[in-house]
Write a protein that binds this ligand. Sequence first.
Ligand code: PBG
Length: 325
Amino acid sequence: MSHFFPFTRLRRKRRSDALRIMFQETDVKVSDLVFPIFVEENISDYVQLSTMPGVVRIPESRLAFEIERFAKAGIKSVMTFGISHNTDETGSDTWNENGLVARIARICKDTVREIVVISDTCFCEYTTHGHCGVIKNNNIDNDPTLVNLGRQAVVAAHAGADFIAPSAAMDGQVQAIRAALDTAGYQETAIMAYSTKFASAFYSPFREASGTTLKGNRKTYQINPMNRREAIYESLLDQQEGADALMVKPAGAFLDTIRDIREATYLPLAAYQVSGEYAMIKFAAAAGAINEHQIVRETLGAIKRAGADIIISYFAMDIAEQGLD
Ligand code: PBG
């Protein structure tokens, strides 16, 4: 007996909306999504971002209002980025008890206790040179940067952050942060590691959003996008160092890596649909070339299908308000 055509007809299960929904294998729920937000100190008006249409820098004074609005729409989690007016060589504002990192976490949690605050833990928005660590002899110096990452993590945890999300791409950063948190009594604060972070051209619009003044590039600390094995190994090292969740970033051009890591670990896996992925969709939709809503559904669906449990996306608020069907 043949199991091929004409006995087998896959179209039988595609005949109506009800059937298609019944046999749909992947869903993207609002509770899967993390909404990245940019918060700037010492400004009174929202700043529109020309390279990320629809994304704004939120004045710190408006943060409480916005968090309440996001939570009402159904957003369960935010990834927080600060735009600092207090930059220096090391990014020391990040470990100031009353610095911007601490204030953002505190405002979010004081406004909506249940919202999950994931504090991006890096230095590039807080340093004059725009690099993600301490510079010595023209080199981003790994081990002194670890000490500062630990300090920043403790301050963010003290302010109420649920997750510390180190994105500096330093070797040993998860271990250093776990040790610093535990020593300071924050055993309950979790770590979502940017465990597989590629040195990607997809971050360009983020540089405008975050106001970083990077000269050069990050190729000495982020992963070469051409490397598959190294990308998996980086995430597995972060698992060993004590990460509570792993991440692949960017998402869309690295679906194979998401799948590889999904199969190599039992930890939850996040994927970050980054600024450039957002911009490409927005500009193509604005030009009438594609349907934004359908493309968002398809790209997020692909990221989940590849194996991500959590997606960090600038479209999260749109989806919370409009749904994804
Ligand atoms: C580093 C950081 C970056 C992003 C998130 N955290 C920039 C970089 O590594 O160059 C990029 C996010 C995006 O492009 O949306 N603090």
